[in-house]
Design a protein around this ligand. Structure first.
Ligand SMILES: Cc1cc2nc3c(=O)[nH]c(=O)nc-3n(C[C@H](O)[C@H](O)[C@H](O)COP(=O)(O)OP(=O)(O)OC[C@H]3O[C@@H](n4cnc5c(N)ncnc54)[C@H](O)[C@@H]3O)c2cc1C
Length: 433
């Protein structure tokens, strides 16, 4: 009798857990339960549409999905279609791999104004995540402020700045492409409350901002230190050196023929979103960095804009029946063990940090703990899962079903594009009818 394991969520952390269980050689029956019909979490819905090479990691996950010990149950939301305690009863182990789908808030006045759109929503919208299909941001604007100095902030700025030609070989959704490319937007401000030394962008992403057809990166040389400060660890130091070199390089680029500008505004902390019902600007405070922390200087300035995208990090969603750490935005756990036979991996365990590969360690660790701590209790696993879902009229999507949706998206692609994404669940299910 195999050990029955339910993995809730089909993003990287879920699939790395599946791979580790399979690799162990233990006799397991693994069911991956995913709230969307489409698998792979942020690989599909987060990673930028013009970074197809990064998205290719799905191929490794597919190998696991096609293993005969594994089944995929897409379009099944745990907490809505089936409760976590029901899964605990019918599986030997349950792994929460549900990610961190919410935006961290800026926590400043005016944040609820129309036109303030968190990066989770904005990225989900351009990437065709069904939750954000109806977002319909008003891009009839000349300026936007992206708050944050990480890769997600850069992604948002870049997708707004690229030309239709630069987005040809991407899976940017049709409706997002139409809205972005019709927008009169010319000025994008990327604000970070700390300086270039503390900025979190990786160098590849940063460099790309100097290679855009229509957009000129604007950097104030006075904000760049002459050298990397003492006290950084080797890895941080190398990243910092490369980023400073790139930013210095930006100051020498010509803006000629580039109608758009991306302003790197360091040492700028947003303190208020301005406007009436709609955003009309952002009030920011100049900062200084002391011991790595941003400290207000009492000098304020304003930037007019019609869109604000806070990209300051993600936050987990409290999961019904599971203790939640409100401060960290993660589930409460002890080295990955949440409670009873429930484990956590990925962003819902660690918070929203690291790269895709960082989740592999979580998957390896959870698999090892499960194999060590849980025994086969003659649970009914997928038999009961399918009975319960059937009784509740839930239409689950199998992996072969997903492949049909996938093939249909690929077949519908415009020339040069990898696919034309479906962004509504009903469209995806219609492919299967
Ligand atoms: C905008 C953005 C761009 C990124 N770009 C890169 C990049 O270029 N390179 C890189 O290395 N990293 C990138 N990352 C980071 C990377 O995407 C994450 O490290 C990784 O996706 C986290 O994996 P996860 O499995 O924890 O969560 P997720 O990928 O979020 O997967 C969680 C899955 O759980 C599902 N789920 C949620 N709730 C339920 C429920 N109740 N029932 C069933 N299923 C549920 C979700 O639908 C989702 O499919 C990016 C992140 C973001 C936000």
């Amino acid at each position: 009798m195999p050990l029955k394991v339910a993995i809730v969520g089909s993003g990287p952390s879920g699939f790395y857990t599946v791979a580790a269980l399979l690799k162990s050689g233990a006799d397991c029956q693994i069911d991956v339960i995913e709230r969307l019909p489409t698998p792979f979490g942020l690989i599909r819905g987060g990673v930028a549409p013009d970074h197809q090479k990064t998205k290719n990691v799905w191929r490794a996950y597919e190998k696991s999905a096609l293993n005969e010990a594994v089944r995929y149950y897409g379009n099944v939301e745990v907490g809505r279609d089936i409760a976590i305690d029901e899964l605990q009863d019918i599986y030997d182990a349950v792994v929460l791999a549900v990610g961190s789908p919410l935006d961290r808030k800026l926590g400043i006045p005016g944040e609820d104004k129309e036109g303030v759109i968190g990066s989770a929503s904005f990225v989900g919208w351009y990437n065709g995540h069904p939750d954000f299909r109806g977002l319909n941001p008003d891009l009839n604007i000349s300026a936007a402020v992206v708050v944050g100095n990480g890769n997600v902030a850069i992604d948002c700025a870049r997708v707004l700045a690229k030309t239709p030609e630069e987005m040809t070989a991407t899976d940017l959704t049709d409706y997002a492409a139409a809205a972005i490319h019709a927008s009169p937007l010319t000025d994008i401000y990327m604000c970070g409350r700390r300086g270039p030394v503390q900025a979190k962008f990786t160098n590849v992403e940063l460099r790309e901002m100097g290679q855009l057809t229509d957009c000129h990166p604007v950097v104030d040389p006075a904000q760049l230190p002459d050298s990397v400060p003492e006290g950084l660890e080797d890895r941080e130091r190398r990243l910092c050196e490369r980023n400073l070199e790139t930013l210095r390089g930006f100051t020498t680029l010509s803006a000629e023929g580039k109608p758009k500008r991306l302003y790197f505004s360091f040492f700028a902390n947003p303190v208020e979103i301005l406007g009436g019902d709609r955003v009309e600007g952002v009030k920011l405070e100049h900062t200084a960095v002391e011991n790595g922390r941003a400290v207000g200087t009492g000098n304020f300035f304003e930037v007019s804009c019609g869109l604000v995208i806070p990209a300051i990090g993600y936050y987990g969603e409290p999961f019904p029946g599971v203790p939640f750490d409100e401060r960290g935005g993660i589930v409460v756990h002890n080295d990955g063990l949440v409670q009873g036979n429930v484990y956590a991996v990925g962003w819902i365990k660690r918070g929203p940090t690291g790269v895709i590969g960082t989740n592999k360690h979580d998957g390896d660790h959870a698999a090892a703990r499960i194999l060590d701590e849980q025994s086969n209790d003659d649970k009914s696993g997928r038999l009961s899962l399918e009975t319960l879902l059937g009784e509740r009229g839930v239409r689950w999507v199998t992996y072969p079903d997903w492949k049909k949706i996938d093939e249909s998206e690929i077949a519908n692609a415009s020339p040069g594009a990898p696919r034309r994404k479906y962004s509504e669940i009903k469209e995806m299910l219609a492919v299967l009818d």
